[in-house]
Design a binder for this molecule. Structure first.
Ligand code: EPU
Length: 292
């Protein structure tokens, strides 16, 4: 028995993960738990630690590929109100780690709070976005983060200033710690101009990326000074397939899962892309998407 009975209604065994990811692929989690408070989360982490069960946090599933045989551990979902709340205090925004990033970015634009427009069309949760420093060519979430509240894998909590998190391009030092919430400092502008920028950036993404397809955004990180999408494109790989996985014809850095695809199709295709780009350009593409 891993957890006390009081968690029973929020703890599931063999819970399908694929439907909770944008790829819509992959197997089950051995356990899945939605804590209703920081205290419950701490208890679950400690119980998992004692039982030597691996723990992962599932955010919006937007940058994640779950293998076909699933994840043999505990998956935490911060989908209860305690972790999704958003508070506005002037230009300061305090958001839970489980808050929806797109809704937050849209809401801030509507209030004339500038700084999140670079996140227009970036799916996921606040926690996931902080962990991977999500963003695009107009900026990253780290530009506006002031502090982050984290829970360590042993259940201890700590509030840290942004600079301690060592934000880099699509990276941070969050690691396996859980983002409980974050405080952002935005700037007040006229709502119409912030909304206009938000919609323009969203429009650019819609025109250049297959946003409605089953995929996880960009598959690879951009190598220094280059665009992974352009390299894949000039390597002639657009439209390449492995099983039912396909390199998007719209943007080379997107691998799309067509009906009937498996996670293994996607991984096979990703490896083929890496090999082919390495052979043709000498450049190693590093995966941006996390694989469980
Ligand atoms: N390009 C091609 N062919 C392609 C794709 C791109 O020639 O198939 C060219 C474009 O024409 C452009 C250049 O490559 O000249 C860069 O392309 P784009 O503007 O689409 O940006 P990107 O570098 O491929 C980055 C982020 C995206 C983000 C966009 C827009 C990474 C890996 N990608 O893409 O983020 O949406 O900028 O801001 O950092 C993600 O991280 O999941 C993601 C989608």
């Amino acid at each position: 028995m891993l957890w006390s009975d009081e968690f029973a209604d929020r703890l599931r065994e063999n819970a399908p993960l694929g439907e909770l990811t944008w790829f819509k692929l992959g197997g089950c989690a051995r356990y899945m738990f939605s804590p209703s408070s920081e205290g419950e989360l701490r208890d679950a982490l400690r119980a998992a630690g004692e039982a030597e069960i691996e723990v992962r946090v599932l955010g919006g599933g937007a940058n994640l590929l779950v293998r076909d045989d699933g994840f043999d551990g505990l998956v935490i979902r911060l989908d209860s109100p305690a972790f999704q709340a958003v508070e506005y205090d002037g230009t300061r925004v305090i958001a839970g780690g489980g808050a929806d990033l797109m809704m937050l970015a849209r809401d801030c634009a509507g209030r004339g709070l500038a700084g999140f427009e670079c996140l227009a069309g970036v799916p996921g949760t606040v926690g996931g976005a902080i962990r991977m420093n999500a963003g695009g060519k107009y900026g990253s979430i780290s530009d506006t983060v002031r502090s982050v509240r984290l829970m360590d894998t042993d259940g201890t909590t700590i509030d840290v200033r942004s600079r301690v998190l060592g934000f880099g391009y699509r990276s941070s030092l969050v690691g396996r710690r859980i983002v409980l919430g974050a405080t952002f400092e935005l700037s007040q502008e006229d709502a119409e101009s912030v909304k206009e920028r938000f919609h323009r950036i969203m429009g650019e993404k819609k025109a250049s990326q297959p946003m409605a397809a089953h995929c996880a955004g960009c598959m690879f990180k951009n190598p220094a000074g280059e665009s992974a999408g352009r390299l894949i494109d000039i390597a002639g790989l657009k439209g390449a397939t492995a099983g039912k996985a396909r390199v998007s014809e719209l943007h080379g850095n997107f691998i799309v899962a067509d009906d009937g695809a498996t996670a293994s199709d996607v991984l096979t295709l990703a490896q083929r892309v890496q090999t082919s780009v390495r052979e043709q350009t000498g450049i190693d593409l590093e995966m941006e998407v996390e694989v469980w």
